[in-house]
Write a protein that binds this ligand. Structure first.
Ligand SMILES: [Zn+2]
Length: 85
């Protein structure tokens, strides 16, 4: 019966020690729950995306409309409205 108490005490001490160690690990790693080293925007999408300077829409390059200066727009309407400026 004495051994049961001893085991219980050891178990409590062990659990407290483990909890404290885990807290120390968390604080030592800079409290970093947020993911580090996130990959950049090019997440393996094969298509080349361009942005329309008029409406800031992103669209594949092969669907964009180019003006004589080589700028790319989402539609002929936006190309024309940029020309008018
Ligand atoms: Zn546009």
């Amino acid at each position: 019966m004495k051994y049961l108490v001893l085991i219980a005490v050891l178990a409590v001490v062990y659990l407290l020690w483990r909890a404290q160690r885990r807290r120390q690990d968390a604080s030592e790693s800079g409290g970093g729950t947020r993911p580090t080293a996130r990959p950049k925007a090019d997440d393996g999408s094969p298509q080349d995306m361009v942005q329309c300077p008029v409406c800031a829409l992103h669209l594949p390059r092969n669907e964009a409309v180019a003006d004589p200066q080589g700028r790319l727009y989402c539609s002929p309407e936006h190309r024309a409205s940029a020309d008018r400026r």
